[in-house]
Ligand binder design. Structure first.
Ligand code: SF4
Length: 441
């Protein structure tokens, strides 16, 4: 039996794709191995959102090629594969096959063809209509948590982003199938599902099948309510697109305890000038309205975001607006990035006129402001009880357990392995930058 080693870079969508790649390969007679050194086939499932991720791929392929042992077949899948196609063979020596983001179902064919035959394969074609989205239980990243893709691709074309080119246009999956899938996962003992997609709240399925009778102005809100009614213990969803984030999503969270109290809503900038150049489709005033609704909820919804500093044309005044926005919103966590141009995006042709030194200064200042807010906000959990899904043993403490709260904070506490997979109450006794520590209540 030939052995396959699969390494994943990037977001949840890639992790979810990798679960399906492993499922397909094993079904077709390959054995997955966590040990690269014994593998006959090494596959990299790649990300192209940041330049660093691409460089990592080039380094990793080089290392496999120079490892000195019998050379395995090397495959590149995911976003870099989709964007580069055949040119990847010239850019990275030693790649045997290139499979794009919608060619996952044909991975076994690519491996079969390249193993032994010394023939290179490139496939950046479309997904099969009858593509099987099922993930085998053994290939889920966790026995207790499952990713359920509800939409793929993106139509938004924010000027800095490569995703609409690497993942293609938005395609929403059947609500009836999603609901059935969640019910089946519940039967199998999964305690938490994450409804995932580049923009989950832009969900627009071809038919309303599965959504009939559910309240909501958008198909996404109806879907949230339909999934909540399956009785799945915890439901999270990410990522949300601000323009499509309607208040009735918060109504649904308030009506259903199993819809978790965490929303990731990437704002990117606090300046309307910059948001316009980014082509985000929302103003900062509209964004604040959504924040106000989220903050007014009795569910104490944790709010996280993404921000880019130093976007082309960002003036000192624009940056000040971003600082004010961060102070106003009080994010529980913000992923802050310094802008770097990505070839193939519209912003690549804009003048990258904020110097690297200035980007660093802005990054550090914003990080300081955010950290102060974050430290303040996380204190509200001290001496409170949070519900934690126990997902694994802690890496640092022999008696330690670790899991996530409903508000998606990492929580560490002591307890026995018998608790794995259970939802327990933990009283918070200590806090760190973004994690909580406590004892079983
Ligand atoms: S919404 Fe914008 S940032 Fe998000 S994936 Fe689409 S283009 Fe990229």
């Amino acid at each position: 039996m030939k052995k396959v080693y699969l390494e994943t870079f990037g977001c949840q969508m890639n992790v979810s794709d990798s679960e399906r790649i492993s499922t397909t390969l094993e079904k077709d007679g390959y054995e997955m191995t966590p040990d690269e050194s014994v593998a006959d086939v090494v596959i990299f499932n790649t990300c192209s959102v940041r330049e660093k991720a691409e460089h990592k791929l080039f380094t990793r392929v080089g290392r496999v090629r120079n490892s000195g042992r019998k050379k395995p077949v090397v495959g590149v899948m995911g976003c870099v594969a989709q964007l580069e196609g055949e040119t990847l063979f010239q850019k990275v020596q030693g790649v045997d096959f290139v499979l794009g983001t919608r060619a996952l179902g044909r991975v076994s064919h690519a491996v079969n063809e390249t193993l032994g035959k010394k023939r290179k394969i490139v496939d950046v074609g479309e997904r099969e209509d009858d593509y099987d989205w099922t993930v085998a239980d053994t290939h889920r990243h966790s026995p207790y948590v499952a990713f359920v893709p509800i939409i793929e691709g993106c139509n938004k074309f924010c000027t800095y982003c490569i995703v609409p080119f690497s993942r293609g246009r938005e395609r929403s999956f059947s609500a009836a199938k999603i609901v059935r899938q969640v019910s089946e996962l519940k039967e199998k003992g999964v305690r938490e599902v994450h409804l995932i997609g580049q923009n989950v709240n832009s969900y627009r399925p071809e038919t309303a099948a599965g959504l009939e009778g559910f309240e909501g102005k958008s198909a996404f809100t109806k879907l949230l309510r339909a999934v909540a009614e399956t009785g799945m213990e915890r439901i999270k969803f990410t990522t949300s697109f601000p323009r499509d984030f309607r208040n009735d999503i918060v109504d649904a969270i308030e009506d259903h305890e199993n819809l978790c109290n965490w929303v990731h809503l990437p704002v990117q900038s606090g300046s309307n000038n910059t948001l316009k150049r980014m082509k985000r489709g929302h103003t900062i005033e509209k964004y604040f309205e959504k924040i106000d609704r989220l903050r007014s909820s009795h569910r104490d919804i944790a709010l996280t975001t993404d921000i880019i500093v130093g976007f082309p044309g960002e003036t000192e005044a624009d940056f000040r607006d971003t600082v004010k926005m961060v102070e106003y919103c009080g994010f529980d966590m913000a992923y802050i990035f310094k802008y770097s141009p990505r070839p193939g995006t519209p912003a690549f042709d804009m003048e990258d006129d904020v110097s690297p030194a200035e980007k660093t200064l802005r990054f550090l200042e914003l990080e300081r402001v955010q950290r102060a807010t974050q430290n303040e906000r996380i204190r509200r959990y001290l001496n409170k009880k949070v519900k934690v899904l126990v997902e694994g043993r802690s890496a640092r403490n022999a008696n330690g357990l670790s899991g996530h709260s409903t508000c998606h904070k990492v929580v560490n506490f002591e307890g026995s392995s018998e608790l794995l997979g259970n939802v327990v109450d933990v009283e918070i006794t200590d806090i760190k930058a973004n994690s909580l520590f406590g004892r079983l209540a």
